[in-house]
Design a protein around this ligand. Structure first.
Ligand code: ZN
Length: 238
């Protein structure tokens, strides 16, 4: 009752019966969403109500918090505390493809054994938001050109850091979205503890199928999701 799969047929039915102008407008504004299946939930579940990823197709978009209560979320683009200095998400949610969810949950389990957890800054990002970012920072070193689409638009990329069990962020040398050489993986003029924290995150993520990019210590792409379709659906904010 708290979740349902929204297949293409349901979207078409909602449009054709004209019940709900909002839904109709949303579908027209974001036609790409019809290509994607999304598991939607109306309420945040308690720990005991976590959903299972078993049997869910790899390409389905899922809300990560419905499948694990072991993550910390700090979705920066739902605030003004980001390089755009503007709130580009209506509300803070972390959606990814199910294949990405499975991998990041496994990586987090391993990190928890060592006393750490993954904290998210960004997950799936609608293509329209990518276009907004590209207008502000048209540098492919930091923002993917929306003409090609980012792996974030495909539900296969995550921007993350590590926190301890009390939620304190580990020192990674720079903040999230620090666009300078100190944020690069190949910049090593940093304290030993920073290099070791970055290495722990990188080696663990790589073990579970993610790849880093040279210029952002916080960004990881799931290799298995790199060929997924670019998407543009917006999650519900109720
Ligand atoms: Zn990223």
């Amino acid at each position: 009752m708290k979740h349902f799969i929204l297949p293409l047929i349901a979207v078409l039915a909602a449009v054709s019966c004209k019940q709900g102008q909002d839904r109709k407008e949303a579908v027209q504004a974001y036609p790409e969403q019809s290509a994607d299946t999304v598991v939607e939930t109306s309420e945040k579940p308690e720990v005991s109500e976590l959903l299972s990823l078993e049997g869910i197709a790899d390409s389905t978009f899922v809300r990560l918090a419905d499948y694990s209560s072991d993550f910390v979320f700090d979705m920066k683009y739902a605030t003004e505390d980001n390089f755009l200095e503007s709130k580009v998400y209506d509300c803070a949610e972390c959606y990814v493809r199910a294949v990405t969810a499975r991998a990041v949950i496994e990586a987090n389990k391993e990190l928890m054994k060592q006393g750490y957890r993954i904290k998210f800054f960004d997950c799936y990002r609608p293509l329209d938001v990518q276009k907004k970012m590209w207008k502000i920072v048209s540098n492919p070193q930091y923002v993917a050109d929306p003409a090609q689409g980012s792996i974030h638009n495909k539900g296969g990329a995550v921007d993350i850091t590590l926190v301890d069990m009390e939620g304190n962020e580990l020192d990674m040398g720079t903040g999230f979205d620090y666009f300078g050489k100190e944020g690069h993986h190949d910049y090593t003029d940093l304290p030993e503890v920073v290099l070791s924290n970055r290495k722990l995150l990188k080696t663990t993520m790589e073990k579970y199928g993610f790849k880093s990019i040279r210029t952002e210590w916080w960004h990881y792409n799931l290799v298995d999701a790199s060929n997924a379709e670019v998407a543009n659906f917006r999650w519900d904010c109720e």
